[in-house]
Design a protein around this ligand. Sequence first.
Ligand code: ATR
Length: 263
Amino acid sequence: MSKQFAVIGNPIEHSRSPELHLAFSQKTGIDLNYVKRFAEIEDFEQSVETFFKNENGVGMNVTVPFKERAFAMCAELSERAKIAKAVNTLSYKNGQYFGDNTDGQGLVEAIQALDWNLENSTMLIIGAGGATRGVIYPLVKAGVKKIVIANRTLARAEQLIDDLKASVSEAELSCITLDQLDGHFDFVINATSASLAGDALVLPENLQFKYAYEMAYGKASSFLDQAKARGCETSEGFGMLVGQAVESFYIWNGVKPNIKDFL
Ligand code: ATR
């Protein structure tokens, strides 16, 4: 029988995870079934339990808005999931849930697949929500030396730095508000929610950078438009999605597909 996998979320219709995992399955020869699973907000935990306990589930990806609740269900967590305080990859072993978070490593692998060099680099991350929390640790472990977090609400960025600084002490972290965007960086990452992308974000001329990465994908991005207009190299977030899927596949199946085959 095929190994059973699912991605759970609300909404879930838009998810591209099944097509990715089925493409990995074809490439690696690992026989699996991977479906979208919608959960009502109040039914998330029950739906996870049913999948693993009654339906022979082997692994589950978790997406919006359930990553923090998946985190709360786990008896065991990877270091990067502990730091992200969110789980996007669930496995079930000996009656207990193991949680990991592959989003940040997905971003690292997407950037590396573009041949953009993270080693000793400097980075401005715009946004201080869950998306930013999930990526800082893997980015620093991949060589980023200085990160400035710019956020509309400064207190939220300060809190994030307070929470994370002990685990990424090899890097310099600081924060600013959106009207203080300034200086030279190798990278600028837009980690604000997609609604902002076509909205208020303005990159001033005195902010200079080489590479721009938009975490969202498939949407108009004024952030990327502004970066392209000044001749920077740019990417939207589809590679990050592929990267997190590759990492989840590796956790569950012990084989790592090559991200470049699926971009
Ligand atoms: P996610 O999990 O995707 O990071 P989130 O935790 O809701 O989502 O965080 C959204 C991020 O986008 C935050 O940094 C938020 O800024 P605030 O902390 O000030 O709320 C940012 N954001 C969303 N809409 C925005 C807007 N219109 N202008 C500026 N920042 C915005």
